[in-house]
Design a protein around this ligand. Structure first.
Ligand code: ZN
Ligand code: ZN
Length: 144
């Protein structure tokens, strides 16, 4: 499994590097992702913020405040071609959510989890053998 991944937008103005392995992808079927992508939602690699680096260009961001959680989600995209690149919560919890379609090499990557299945488009195929949640990822169990 490669430990470094590269990717970028459609016009190549934005390029990035991820210095971490990607073990699985998470699909988000929320209505905000549907609007932002113009598709059934987003498919993402969740990676530590300090392993994600923009190596060319500067993204623009849309601060999406109309989230179900009430937290503002910064959605970064290429201002030239409009490709969505990544997003993160505010304050940044230590990870960024990278749009997997912008990766250069997608070999072997599979969707291992689905969130917001309650608002999934009728056309979306969701593999029931993956981890599925009707809404957001449940909060991790409190530490003892
Ligand atoms: Zn671009
Ligand atoms: Zn979403």
């Amino acid at each position: 499994m490669p430990t470094t991944h590269t990717g970028g937008c459609l016009c190549s103005a934005i390029r990035y590097t991820i210095d971490a392995p990607i073990t699985g992808l998470r699909a988000c079927h929320c209505v905000n992702c549907q609007k932002h992508t113009g598709a059934g939602g987003s498919v993402n690699a969740v990676v530590p913020s300090d392993k994600f680096r923009i190596t060319r260009g500067t993204t623009r961001k849309y601060d999406d405040a109309a989230t179900q959680s009430g937290r503002t989600l910064s959605r970064h995209f290429c201002e030239k071609c409009g490709s969505p690149i990544y997003s993160h919560r505010n304050p940044n919890p230590g990870f960024v959510v990278v749009r997997a379609g912008t990766l250069d090499d997608k070999a072997g990557l599979r969707i291992t989890g689905n969130i917001w299945t309650s608002t999934a488009a009728a056309w979306s195929h969701i593999d029931p053998s993956t981890e599925c949640h009707p809404e957001n990822m449940p909060a991790p169990a409190p530490k003892p």
